[in-house]
Write a protein that binds this ligand. Sequence first.
Ligand SMILES: N[C@@H](CCC(=O)N[C@@H](CS)C(=O)NCC(=O)O)C(=O)O
Length: 252
Amino acid sequence: MIRLYQFPISHYCEKSRWALDYKGLPYEIVNLLPGPHLLTTKRLAKRSCVPILDYEGKILQDSTHILEFLEHAIPSPPLIPDKAAEQKEALEWEEYCDAEVGKHLRRYFYHYLLDEPRLMPKLILEQQAWYGRYLYFFTYPLVKRLMRKSMNIYPEPVKRSKQALDEALRRLDREVARREFLVGGRFSRADMAAAALLAPLFTPSEHDYPWPPASNLPEPLQETHARWADSALARWVHRLYRDFRKRGRTHG
Ligand SMILES: N[C@@H](CCC(=O)N[C@@H](CS)C(=O)NCC(=O)O)C(=O)O
C-alpha cells in the first residue's frame, strides 16, 4: 500500500502527487489538518512537515526525497535526463525552485491570505474531514498565529520574500522563453518542481485544487497575478500541466 500524507493546499505536496501520478502508481491520500497534523507527522517521521510518503512501509519525508526514491523504484517513465551532468543540473534546478520559488511564494501568498477569514480557512479546509470546519471555527486565530510564527510570515521577511520571488520569476521566465524544458530535451523533475511550485500563481485547470479566481484575492496578489498572467512562464506552466500532468489513480 502506498500512502501520501499531505495538505491539499500545499504546493510541495502537489509536486509529490504529480510524481506519483506520473509514475502511474495507485496511492491513497491522507489529508492532514494543519495544526493537528503534528500528531501524525511526528509519529511517522523526524520533522513535522508534509508531504510524507509511506511506500509499503518505507517512510520518506520531503518532496525531493520522495522524487528521488520514486525515480529509483519506478525508473519508467523517467523523471531525470539521461546524461549525468544533466541529472545534476536537474537536481540543482529542483533545489533552486524549492528554495527560491516554493518558500517565498508561500510566505508572500499566506501573508495576505491569512488575514482573509472568509477565504483562508476555506482553502485550508478544502478536501478535509468534516470536523475541520468546527475545529477551525474556534481555533483559526490561534492557527493563524502559529502559521505566521512557523513560516516567519511577518512584514520584513515578507518584503524580502517578495523580492526573492520576483527575481526567481524573472530568471525562470528568461530560461523558459528560449527552450522547451529546463534541462535537456525532455520533461524532468526540474520542470515538475518548477511548475508544481508555481501552480498557486498560475492555477492551471489540471491542478486538482480549486484556487479562487484572481479577482477574489487580496489586491497585492491580484496585481502579481495580473503582472505574470501573460508571460512566457505562465504559458510554459500551463503547457506542462496540459501535456504532463496525468490524472492520478488515487483512492481513499
Ligand atoms: N522542503 C520540504 C518542504 C515541505 C513543507 O514546507 N511543508 C509544509 C507545507 S507546504 C508543512 O508541512 N508545514 C507544516 C510543518 O512544517 O509542520 C519539501 O519539499 O517537502
